[in-house]
Write a protein that binds this ligand. Structure first.
Ligand code: PLP
Length: 411
């Protein structure tokens, strides 16, 4: 079996299992307990928080452990928007990109449905990238709309001058896309948001381990991570939330995790998460270069051997881990089935959209026609991928397309 679905999930690293094992067994204490067992759990949790903060370049108190990327995204989008709008009632708008993961999309939809927020969806270009000028103009539109009645025209290119005028509570644009791998110009987007006084969140679930995640360099106010994309267990995650950024809790209770996320802390998962994150960060540059060069070969091979096939996403600003194609004249699902018969596991679009007949919202947002979007197949790679495996996979793709009559055998 060749697993080419690493963007969906991966196995737990041995080091992460070894690091968390003591907290599942002997050191099983509740970190809030005032006895030795509780204190050793609290020390484990503190160490994990410091380790994550070291990778992100932030303070330990800015790390909130969550039960995964979805929860981190929910806390960021709902939590920040609700807290900001309650402190500044004029801020009732949220901006999200058109290619966000459902965890962000549905959080914004909830704010609209239940709390009457306006949600502006920032379009992407044909490569799936948000243009910073388009993003800035949406922030400015909000500023102008709000400022116009009382204060007359506002310099539309102004930056610092806009601060405090926007009616946008927060904006969320993912760092790298899970379906097509496109990397967003996060630094520029975060800077534009900052200039307009808008809090900026990025979903870095797919980016971590492959792109730099020092939060101060990115300029973000909040950043989501998911453990199971890094070699930690499913159901582990982190939200980085900058020191003074307010977030209304999604879970209420005993006030753990600086009040933003109540519930007895999952010390074992926090420790596993921190271990996995530290290791992928150590390996990052070497892994990105190696996997990136294998990805390039794979893409070239597929495009060469399958006339009419089309790579989706940005040609260069992309994760090394994702190669997603449309094979017009097929259905993505039938190609997947053929590939699985050949022991190649991959996915059509994202795992979250799997099972739905709707074409990928990411591809349609990029202007891909519905019938072409339905032919999408995503191959995604972990750091354990080898050149030989990708060679076998490329042969299997050709064999699959021959089997469903899309390619003449023996080409
Ligand atoms: N955000 C992105 C970009 C993802 O790819 C995923 C998982 O597929 C998530 C969020 C959700 O993370 P989790 O599965 O940990 O809830």
């Amino acid at each position: 079996m060749i697993f080419l679905d690493a963007a969906a999930t991966g196995p737990v690293r041995r080091e992460a299992i070894e690091a968390m094992w003591p907290y599942l067994t002997g050191q099983f204490g509740n970190p809030s307990s005032h006895h030795g067992l509780g204190e050793s759990a609290a020390a484990g949790l503190r160490g994990a928080r410091e380790e994550v903060a070291g990778v992100l370049g932030c303070r330990p108190g800015e790390v909130i452990f969550t039960a995964g990327g979805t929860e981190a995204d929910n806390l960021a989008v709902k939590g920040i928007a609700l807290a900001r709008s309650s402190a500044e009632p004029g801020r009732r708008r949220v901006l999200i990109s058109a290619v966000e993961h459902p965890a962000v999309q549905e959080s914004a939809a909830y704010l609209q449905r239940r709390h009457g927020f306006d949600v502006d969806v920032v379009p992407v270009d044909a490569h799936g990238r948000v243009q910073p000028t388009v993003f800035a103009s949406l922030l400015e539109k909000a500023v102008l709309e709000k400022a116009a009645p009382e204060s007359g025209p506002v310099n539309p290119t102004g930056s610092a001058g806009l601060k405090g005028l926007s009616d946008v509570a927060m904006a969320s644009v993912m760092y790298a896309n899970n379906e097509v791998g496109t990397v967003q110009p996060i630094r520029e987007l975060a800077a534009a948001a900052k200039a307009a006084g808008v809090l900026f969140h990025t979903d870095a679930v797919q980016a971590a381990g492959w792109l730099p995640v020092k939060v101060a360099e990115l300029g973000v106010d909040a950043l989501s991570l998911s453990g199971h994309k890094l070699g930690a267990p499913k159901g582990s995650g982190v939200l980085y939330l900058r020191g003074n950024v307010p977030a209304e809790p999604v879970l209420h209770g005993g006030g753990q995790e600086r009040g933003a996320r109540s519930g007895t802390e999952n010390v074992a998962f926090a420790v596993a998460f921190a271990t996995a994150l530290r290791l992928v960060e150590l390996e990052r540059e070497t892994a990105a270069a190696r996997v990136g060069s294998l990805q390039k070969k794979f893409i070239t091979e597929i495009l060469r051997r399958i006339p009419g096939s089309r790579l989706t996403g940005h040609p260069t600003e992309r994760l090394p881990t994702v190669a997603s194609f449309c094979f017009p004249g097929t259905s993505g699902e039938s190609v997947l089935l053929e590939l699985e018969r050949r022991s190649i596991l991959c996915s059509s679009g994202s795992a979250c959209a799997a099972g739905s007949d709707e074409p990928s919202a990411v591809l349609t947002a990029m202007g891909v026609r519905r019938e072409v979007a339905q032919t999408a197949v995503r191959f995604s790679f972990s750091n354990s991928i080898t050149e030989a495996e990708l060679g076998t996979a490329a042969d299997a793709v050709v064999g699959s397309l021959e089997a469903i009559g899309r390619l003449q055998p023996g080409r």
